[in-house]
Write a protein that binds this ligand. Structure first.
Ligand code: SF4
Length: 511
C-alpha cells in the first residue's frame, strides 16, 4: 500500500501548497516490517506506523502545517505531544548498530546522488587513489569480517586465495539467492541500498584482480532486480563502473543473473553451475571456486550483507569496524526477527549481544500471557535454542557450540504453544523438497528422517525411533555432499538435544 500512501501525501501537500517546502522521499525498508507502511517526518524523526491513505491529510494538516504530531498513529497507548519519541528511541531500534543497513530507510535507493551524499563511493575513491590490491585484502583481514551468508568463513582468507591464483580472468559474484523461509535480509538491502552492494563488489573485484562480476538474484525479488539494474546504469554513467573507473585504469563489468528459486543454488558450486547454464547442482570440492570457479576461472562469491559491509570498512577503516563485536566475530549481523514476538522485523545488532536482549529488549518479548519456549536461528540449516540459552552471546562460535548456526540471519521466536517436533518437521520438509538428489545421504536420508518425524507426530512412534533419528541425522551430517545436506539434520539434532522430553511425550501419549 506504500505507493497509494505516497500518492495521498503528494495530493495533501499540494492542497496545502507545501510541496515546494517539504520533500517527500520513497525509501527502502526501515526494518519495522509488521508496522508498515511507515512514514518518518524529519527533522523530528517521528515514525508513523500502519499509515493508510486516509491518514495522509491528517498528518499533513496537523504535523507538517501546524507542527503537532498525530499521536494516535505511532503508538498504541495514548501519549501527549511533548512525549513523542524519535524513532531511534523505540524498542526495535534502540539497541541496533547499523553498518550494513546504514542507508536503508534513509534515502531514495534509486538515487545515486543521495547515496554519494551519504558517503557512498568514498571507499571506492579512497581505494583507487591510495591502495594496492594487497592492501585492500589486508584491510579486510584487519577488520575481522567473516562471511554473512552462513558459514562465517573469514572474507579476507577467501580473497587471498583468489588474489594469489594465477589466471588471465577472474570473477566476483554476489550471492543474492536468499531462500531461507522467513529471511529477507538480502532483499531489504538490495531494495534499500543497491549501490552499497555494487560498491562492495567493485572493491572486492579490485582486491582479487577480477574485471567481471555477476549478481545472482532470485527472480522472486523483482523490485531488488529493478533497483540493482538502475544502480548499475547510474554507476556506469558516472564512471564508477565499466572501463577505467574514476580514471584509475581499473575495469569492472557487472551483470545480473536471475535465479529460478532453487534453494540449493545458494550453495557456491551450484550457483556457479546455474550461471554457466547448467542444472544447479553442487559438485565436490576441492577445487574450491577461489581457484577454479565460474567458467573454470578463479572466482569469489560473497553474500549481499558481506558486500554491503566492505565500502564501510574501506572508507572508515578496519579498526572502526573491528571495534564493534566480539574477539572472533567482529562487526554486526542483520537478523530477520519473526515468529511469536511483539516487534518483528529486520534488525542489525552488534555481535556478542545476547539472545535475551534481541527477544525481549528489541523484540518486546512474546505475546501477553505466553511463555517463551525457544528461538530458532539459521533457518533450515540451523537449530533451536531453549530458554536456558537466552543469555548466550550471538556470535559464530557460541552459536555453533550450542548446536546451531548463525546462518544468513533468520531468527524465529516460539512460545509455549509451539510444538518443537512440528518445527523440526517444517524445516525438514523444506530441505527434503529442496534436496537436489545428487547424493544418497541427503536424497534418501532426509526422506527417512521425515518419515520418522511423521510417524512420531501421528502418534505411531516408539522410543527406539529417537535413537534411529539421531543416528541417521549424524550420518547425513557427516556424509552429504554439500552444505544443504550437511546441515539439514540440525533442526532435529538440536530439538532432540534440548526438547527430547517433548518427543518422548508424543510417543508415550499414544499409549
Ligand atoms: Fe544435493 Fe543434498 Fe547432496 Fe547437496 S547434500 S548435493 S543438495 S543431494
Amino acid at each position: 500500500g506504500c505507493n497509494e500512501v505516497h500518492g495521498a501525501f503528494r495530493e495533501a501537500m499540494r492542497k496545502k501548497k507545501i510541496e515546494d517546502e517539504i520533500k517527500i522521499v520513497q525509501t527502502g525498508c526501515h526494518g519495522y516490517c509488521e508496522k508498515g507502511p511507515l512514514v518518518v517526518v524529519y527533522p523530528e524523526g517521528v515514525m508513523y506506523n500502519r499509515v493508510g491513505v486516509k491518514d495522509a491529510s491528517e498528518i499533513v494538516n496537523e504535523h507538517l502545517v501546524k507542527g503537532k504530531p498525530v499521536t494516535r498513529l505511532f503508538l498504541t497507548d495514548p501519549i501527549s505531544v511533548d512525549q513523542v519519541p524519535k524513532y531511534e528511541e523505540l524498542d526495535l531500534f534502540r539497541k541496533q548498530h547499523r553498518i550494513a543497513l546504514r542507508n536503508c530507510g534513509m534515502m531514495d535507493p534509486d538515487s545515486v546522488n543521495e547515496y554519494i551524499a551519504r558517503g557512498g563511493y568514498s571507499g571506492l575513491a579512497k581505494m583507487l587513489d591510495t591502495m594496492q590490491p594487497a592492501e585492500v585484502v589486508n584491510e579486510i583481514k584487519e577488520s575481522g569480517l567473516r562471511g554473512r551468508g552462513g558459514g562465517g568463513f573469514p572474507t579476507a582468507t577467501k580473497w587471498e586465495f583468489c588474489s594469489k591464483a594465477k589466471s588471465n580472468k577472474k570473477y566476483i559474484i554476489c550471492n543474492a539467492d536468499e531462500g531461507d523461509p522467513g529471511a529477507f535480509m538480502d532483499r531489504s538491502l538490495l531494495e534499500g541500498d543497491p549501490h552499497s552492494v555494487l560498491e562492495g563488489m567493485i572493491i572486492a573485484g579490485y582486491a582479487i584482480g577480477a574485471d567481471e562480476g555477476y549478481l545472482y538474484i532470485r527472480a522472486e525479488y523483482p523490485l531488488a532486480i529493478k533497483r540493482i539494474r538502475n544502480a548499475i546504469n547510474q554507476a556506469k554513467e558516472l564512471g564508477l563502473l565499466g572501463e577505467n573507473i574514476l580514471g584509475s585504469g581499473f575495469n569492472m563489468e557487472l551483470k545480473i543473473k536471475e535465479g529460478a528459486g532453487a534453494f540449493v543454488c545458494g550453495e557456491e558450486t551450484a550457483l556457479i553451475a546455474s550461471i554457466e547454464g547448467e542444472r544447479g547442482v553442487p559438485r565436490s570440492r576441492p577445487p574450491f571456486p577461489a581457484i577454479k570457479g565460474l567458467f573454470g576461472k578463479p572466482t569469489i562469491i560473497n553474500n549481499v550483507e558481506t558486500l554491503a559491509n566492505i565500502p564501510y570498512i574501506i572508507d572508515q577503516g578496519a579498526q572502526t569496524f573491528a571495534s564493534v563485536g566480539t574477539d572472533k566475530s567482529k562487526g554486526t549481523k542483520v537478523f530477520a526477527l519473526t515468529g511469536k514476538v511483539k516487534n518483528s522485523g529486520l534488525v542489525e545488532v552488534p555481535m556478542g549481544i545476547s539472545v535475551r536482549e534481541i527477544v525481549y529488549e528489541i523484540g518486546g518479548g512474546t505475546f501477553e500471557g505466553k511463555k517463551f519456549k525457544a528461538v530458532q536461528t539459521g533457518g533450515p540449516s540451523g537449530g533451536c535454542l531453549p530458554e536456558s540459552k537466552l543469555d548466550l552471546p550471538i556470535d559464530y562460535d557460541s552459536l555453533a557450540s550450542a548446536g546451531t548456526i548463525m546462518g544468513s540471519g533468520g531468527l524465529v521466536v516460539m512460545d509455549e504453544d509451539s510444538c518443537m517436533i512440528d518445527v523440526a518437521k517444517y524445516f525438514l520438509t523444506f530441505t527434503r523438497k529442496e534436496s537436489c538428489g545428487k547424493c544418497t545421504p541427503c536424497r534418501e536420508g532426509t526422506m527417512r528422517l521425515l518419515e520418522m518425524l511423521e510417524k512420531i507426530t501421528a502418534g505411531e512412534g516408539e522410543m527406539a525411533d529417537l535413537d534411529r533419528l539421531e543416528r541417521l541425522a549424524k550420518t547425513i551430517k557427516t556424509s552429504a555432499l554439500c552444505g544443504l545436506g550437511q546441515t539439514a539434520p540440525n533442526p532435529i539434532l538440536s530439538t532432540l538435544q534440548y526438547f527430547r522430553k517433548e518427543y518422548e511425550t508424543h510417543i508415550k501419549d499414544k499409549k
